[in-house]
Design a binder for this molecule. Structure first.
Ligand code: AP5
Length: 222
């Protein structure tokens, strides 16, 4: 039988590199990437009531109320693709109540990756970040520039990517992170996220392949 698929959470302050690492993890391990922020931006884009409410909080760098976020993530997580291939939960849970909601469903990660990045670096990353609306790819003007002029010309910026707003997002992160970490203390894997993209991924890659290894050994033993 196939070994159980991997279940991974990734957390870290705003612009610490969660989305960037998720792209690399997804490419190598085929996990289904579920990003709370992306789900919320999709609601905003679709012009739904939930999207409108969510945007008011996101503009202030605050957590969107749980009654909007919890159902949205839960529904995505329970879809067949995520159950079959395994999942990579990005930016969720971000509060004790969100963590508790998952515990109640007996949803637990094999690993909780925490990207640790210093504050000056975060601000530089936010201000230089750009997104390609066509491919969804994340760029940085200095660290990960677009491949050609055509892409460069269509890049967009997120509405909450200003120095002022990232400070508010960072404050929200500091207020909530300890509660979440205490829930997952047995599976936390802290990575130095100040390093270049490939270096950060190398650390994560090692941890994930060892989990996969363990899972396949347990499986063949049973
Ligand atoms: P969300 O979209 O999750 O934003 P965030 O946590 O602030 O994280 P980011 O997406 O900004 O950054 P990232 O860590 O993915 O970094 P990236 O890889 O892009 O949430 C937005 C809002 O939604 C929240 O403020 C909140 O209001 C709401 N929300 C979300 N989840 C919620 C929840 N669970 N509950 C309630 N509300 C919720 O990288 C950043 C830049 O740096 C890029 O330009 C990249 O190219 C560059 N870069 C990345 N890694 C490196 C590296 N190693 N070296 C150099 N450059 C790098």
């Amino acid at each position: 039988a196939e070994p159980e698929p991997m279940k991974i959470m990734i957390s870290g302050p705003p612009a610490s590199g969660k989305g960037t690492q998720c792209e690399l993890i997804k490419k190598k391990y085929g996990l289904v990437h579920i990003a709370a922020g992306d789900l919320l931006r999709a609601e905003i884009g679709a012009g739904t009531e939930n999207g409108k409410r969510a945007k008011e909080y996101m503009e202030k760098g605050m957590l969107v109320p749980s009654e909007i976020v919890v159902m949205m993530v839960k529904e995505r997580l329970l879809q067949p693709d995520a159950q079959e291939k395994g999942w990579l939960l990005d930016g969720y849970p971000r509060s004790l109540s969100q963590a508790t909601a998952l515990e109640d469903l007996r949803i637990q990660p094999d690993l909780f990756i925490l990207l640790d990045v210093s504050e000056e670096i975060l601000i530089e990353r936010v201000v230089g970040r750009r997104l390609d609306p066509v491919t969804g790819k994340i760029y940085h003007l200095k660290y990960s520039p677009p491949e050609n002029e055509e892409i460069a010309a269509r890049l967009t910026q997120r509405f909450d990517d200003t120095e002022e707003k990232v400070k508010l997002r960072l404050k929200t992160h500091h207020q909530n992170v300890e509660d979440v970490l205490s829930t997952y203390k047995d599976v936390i894997f802290k990575v130095n996220g100040d390093a270049p993209i490939e270096g950060v991924f190398a650390e994560i890659d090692k941890a994930l392949s060892s989990i996969l290894d363990k899972k396949s050994r347990t499986d063949s033993a049973s």
